[in-house]
Every structure is written in C-alpha cells, then in structure tokens.
Design a protein around this ligand. Sequence first.
Ligand code: IMP
Ligand code: MG
Length: 188
Amino acid sequence: MPYCDEDIIEVIITQQQIAARIAQLAQQIAADYRDKHLVLIGVLTGSFVFLSDLMRQLDRPCEVDFLDASSYGNGTVSRGEVGITRDLKLSLTGKDVLVIEDIVDSGRTVSELVRLLQGHQPASVKVCTLLDKPARREMPVELSYIGFVIPGQFVVGYGLDYAQCFRNLPFVAVLDEDAVVPKPRTSE
Ligand code: IMP
Ligand code: MG
C-alpha cells in the first residue's frame, strides 16, 4: 500500500487535542442524557475509534450498536448516494439515540441515517461528530455535538481513511491529494 506513506500527510489535530476535546464532549453528553436511555450508534467504519474513546469517557450507562453507511468508493469525492449495508441489532423504540460520526462533509450520510433511525420510534435522535466540514455542506443537518470544525480539505487518521489507509494514525491529518495520484513516468 504505497499511498499509506506518512510523508504525504500534515497533522492538523494532535492526539492530545483529540483526547482533551473528547473529555469535554463526554461530560456534556453525560449531563444531557442523565435521565435518558442512551444508545450510541456508530457509523462504520470511520467512527469506531472516536466512539470507543468517547464511550470510555462517558460517566453513565449506554448501549452501543453500529450501522454501515457507504457513500464513498476508494476516492476522495462523494458519489452522492448513501447505502445502508449493515442493520442494527438493538431495538431503538423509546430510547435516546446518539449517532456517532467521524466527519460530516456534504451531510448526505447523516441526514439519511437520521431519517432512517426516526422510523425505529426512538424517543430522540441526535448527532455527535468528531469533525465538521461545513464549507462542503449540501444537505442541512443539525449537529448537537461537534469535536472540531475543519476546512473543506480531505483528512485522514483517527479512524478516517483514504482507500482504507491511515485509519490507525492517532491524530487527524490533511492528505496531500496530489501526492497520492500516481504521476505518469517521464522518459529521459
Ligand atoms: P457526507 O455524506 O458527504 O457527509 O460524508 C460522510 C462520510 O464520508 C463520512 O462519514 C466519511 O466516512 C466520509 N468522508 C467525508 N469526508 C472525509 C474526509 O475528509 N476523509 C475521510 N473520509 C471522509
Ligand atoms: Mg463515515
């Protein structure tokens, strides 16, 4: 996987900044959901790192389930359509659902997920995202908890991938998209 080379990335949010922000978010969520039946729904694959760190900072009981929604192929541009490719195991009826996203870009994925989850008769559905790229929004979405607002560049790390690479990086970095496109060879 030659494009997993860390020379082509630049760190924009450090491991320490992520940990500090997650502690704040967890405190806020624990307070807001004090008397509620909280269910965290992670959107695979990117959000599993954020969800696992966030839930361990949450000082209150919660259930956890995952959905898989794919709107991207192996590139950095959305195909526009959203597909749900893994169903929930938990019943959501009467429960307070918090969707955990890695990043909200066009807003298509999360707005479609919220619409689908509302069909399960939950008491409430809200969204928590680690990263928000508001400059690229195409669909209006209400984000109740946001870790960091970032510019419209493609980012990797802390669960986020480019062609399945970089998910394991403990920080968030901007990907130099020019560097990952194979350049044609010049003959001398
Ligand atoms: P949206 O539907 O355009 O809001 O895209 C949401 C999904 O696209 C996210 O959950 C990510 O999986 C993926 N995505 C959007 N922007 C990025 C990025 O900068 N890096 C990696 N994945 C991204
Ligand atoms: Mg995603």
